[in-house]
Design a protein around this ligand. Structure first.
Ligand SMILES: [Zn+2]
Length: 401
């Protein structure tokens, strides 16, 4: 089989989150190291200039002793820094880099392939399917299944189980009505969230404010508003104004928009906002990758006939009720030359497998199917829809124009 030229761009369209997740993880490691280096080096610089100043004033034996002590302290600081950085590299940096390297190699491997018929490609696509199944399992709360597939296939470095474990941990905290964990996540990703203008942190702060208002802790609420909400004035002034007004409306007398602010359903909205934010940051689509992959396939098969009870085909994936449901929003396929599929065998009817019609009912099936039927029934064929029974020879040839 010749096969088609591999559409690398099409393949890569799905792969952005595949490298983005470890990249974001490594960015965090890098930021942590950078902060520690800056902190320690500025301390060392400060003691160095301090030392310089002291040496310029008239010296004595005692001062030399102090200088040695100060230099020892500086050396100790740098040694601690070195140890901290090395620990960070071993515990997080190196494993993250390994993941990044392995994923880049995985993508490079498919880029080197030319043809879809290459057996290497089908092996690669099998691994991709495994990755997508893990992604689907993780998104639908089937962590055990995800871990099992990962272990069986040895694809630990190609899937993001830890990311989803973190998502679950933070979401469960939100369901217990605690913003602490989600706020910690916001602070870890502050710069990146600001860059994409993500308002999750404000939403969480606002909720904490609402909880203080609910508990009638007016003073605490005012202090909280000053500390955490006022900084968002440029983008969230209406909500901040609403927050001030909320203090005059206790939960028991809440009406209109204030009733909604006290609504416990807001916590469910926060869970959704959090999930959207973390997906957004990792460039993960909001739907499972498996679905996106299937949409592409379903769009190439979907026909109006798939949704008509009369014309369903047992071998067509879109005709299957659950896959058909998934294909609801997918466009119909546009066949330049329409394809006729035999309803008995599911095979394509063409010049090699020509169509034959029952003369009275006009029902059409493939030659292969009817020959097979005739062979099993002493030369008699029966139309499963109209129950028309005739000898094989009486079938009419149909020409596709
Ligand atoms: Zn169909």
């Amino acid at each position: 089989m010749a096969g088609n030229k591999l559409n690398i761009e099409g393949v890569m369209l799905f792969e952005q989150p595949f490298t983005r997740v470890p990249y974001e993880n490594y960015r965090k490691v890098f930021r942590t190291s950078q902060k520690q280096i800056e902190k320690e080096l500025s301390a060392v610089q400060l003691s160095a200039s301090d030392l310089l100043k002291k040496s310029q004033t008239a010296g004595s034996e005692r001062k030399a002793d102090d200088s040695v002590k100060a230099i020892d302290a500086m050396i100790a600081r740098i040694e601690t820094l070195k140890r901290k950085l090395s620990d960070l590299h071993d515990s997080t940096g190196h494993p993250t880099l390994t993941v990044l390297r392995e994923r880049t190699q995985h993508l490079a491997a498919v880029e080197a392939l030319q043809n879809e018929a290459d057996p290497e490609f089908s092996r690669w696509a099998d691994t991709r399917l495994d990755r997508w199944l893990v992604d689907w399992s993780l998104r639908t709360g089937r962590e055990g299944t995800a871990r099992q597939i990962t272990q069986d296939r040895g694809i630990e470095k190609l899937v993001d189980i830890e990311l989803f474990t973190e998502i679950r941990r933070i979401e469960e905290a939100l369901k217990r009505r605690s913003c602490t964990e989600a706020l910690a996540w916001c602070s870890e990703n502050k710069a990146a969230l600001r860059k994409i203008k993500n308002p999750l942190e404000f939403e969480l702060r606002f909720q904490e404010f609402i909880e203080l208002a609910r508990a009638l802790k007016q003073d605490d609420a005012i202090a909280y508003q000053k500390k955490y909400l006022l900084g968002w004035q440029d983008t969230h002034l209406p909500q901040i104004t609403q927050a001030s007004a909320l203090l005059a409306v206790p939960p028991a007398r809440a009406f209109g928009p204030y009733k909604w602010l006290y609504d416990p359903l807001r916590w469910t909205t926060l869970v959704e906002s959090f999930r959207l934010s973390i997906y957004n940051l990792s460039t993960l689509p909001t739907e499972p990758l498996l679905h996106l992959g299937m949409y592409a396939g379903l769009a190439s098969l979907k026909l109006p006939a798939c949704y008509n009870h009369e014309t369903k085909n047992a071998d067509c994936p879109v005709c299957d009720p659950s896959l058909g449901h998934l294909a609801t929003d997918v466009p119909f396929s546009h066949h330049v030359n329409s394809t006729i599929v035999c309803r008995l065998t599911g095979r394509i009817i063409d010049e090699n497998n020509s169509p034959l019609a029952f003369p009275a009912s006009g029902q059409i099936y493939s030659r292969e199917a009817l020959e097979d039927m005739a062979a099993k029934n002493d030369g008699i064929v029966t139309c499963p829809r109209s129950n028309e029974r005739i000898p094989f020879e009486d079938l009419r040839k149909v020409y596709i124009s």
